[in-house]
Design a protein around this ligand. Sequence first.
Ligand code: PLP
Length: 471
Amino acid sequence: MNYLSTRGGMPPARFTEILLGGLAPDGGLVVPERYPRIEPATLARWRKLSYPALAFEILRLYADDVPEADLRALIERTYTAQVFGSSEITPLRTLEPGLHLLGLSNGPTLAFKDVAMQLLGQLFEYVLAKQGRELNILGATSGDTGSAAEYAMRGRRGIRVFMLSPYGRMSPFQTAQMFSLDDPNIFNIAVDGVFDDCQDMVKAVSNDLAFKERYAIGTVNSINWARVVAQVVYYFKGWFAATDDDRQRVSFAVPSGNFGNVLAGHIARMMGLPISRLVVATNENDVLDEFFRTGRYRPRGTAETHQTSSPSMDISKASNFERFVYDLVGADAARVAAMWRELDQRGEFDVAGTPEFARLREFGFASGCSRHADRLATIRETRARYGVTIDTHTADGVFVAQRWREPGVPMICLETAQAAKFADTIREAIGEEAPRPPGFENLESLPQRFDRMAPDVGALKRYIAGRCEPR
Ligand SMILES: *Cc1c(COP(=O)(O)O)cnc(C)c1O
């Protein structure tokens, strides 16, 4: 499998060559040259597989320059009952006939990002050791990415993590999860700004190719291709769990921010998984909902980014969205490059009235926006009706899903975090404490370690340069 850039300016590369990066050198994102097509007979055979065996079948199609025995071993070490709470890894829970929750938040940080990130930790350590290299991971997080990355990379040989987060804007639980880590290869940097300031700093450093080279800078942001492909696995798993007939279609409702999770669903569908609808659920930061409703893509500025009670979706530009647009325009890289030039110049583009806009439905996409009151009501109702306490992000998905259910088509809502991470909102919704999994009882009282920084690219470069050997 070769990988290309969405903007056409990258020579074909293999999986292990693109694994450590995210952006293509021309500013686009790396994409596979094609999506392998899974025939119904193969799908039927996969139904009986365990999670790691299924993950191996899917990943080997994309990571075909990793020897199969090695890939299988890495996957088997990652997807264990010990790390994910059960051998199902992503168990399906039925709320009522035709309405399900796919549990993606049973990993070490209680959010779905662990599913991909735990594998990435294994893959990075393996590839770096093979190549005799080190890597300094630079990332930006509004909560879950950062902690998932740190828990996946802590203590790993040849890897350091420099993680930027917006100071004071994560929940106390998320903050404590990250800042209580005392592994010497983990550096928490709290930036005086919002998530996009953090992301812009990361992009600025990554765009300085000389610095990036000299300090072996890499990323684990949601644009990392291996993360996306690891997420494809649980769409298959969810479909198997909700169906017993190999032609049965299902829909997925996906709480969305950077468009990484739902992109994986899109890819599963392109591979042949019988998906009816992919429901993109946003919070008040509704840039994606606006696009799918109107065709207008208008990323917001810092001032227009709302701080909400589903903070991991407080995103103003959806960094993975370009990969979907590439498919939408029929892999026309020149067209994507032109659209993103327009975005840079005018701050938006609009496909309303084009053939592409008409094709959005063919791709199965639907969308909706959920607000604070919707979130609270959904948490309350889900608790009252089914006895299940869902988190605020999952609630956005469940809320929007209701509007897009079809008779005879199971709706699978992706459960992207556990309620315990967002205790204040849960208390506001149901007047009770969210259930806390064992081992997390005293998290907030652990000592915390972090460095504070202005949104200043120079300061970030000096910080990194002071903590690692140049090449
Ligand atoms: C990251 C995250 C999301 C959004 O996922 P994207 O891949 O950015 O669309 C939703 N819910 C939770 C809990 C998250 O951590």
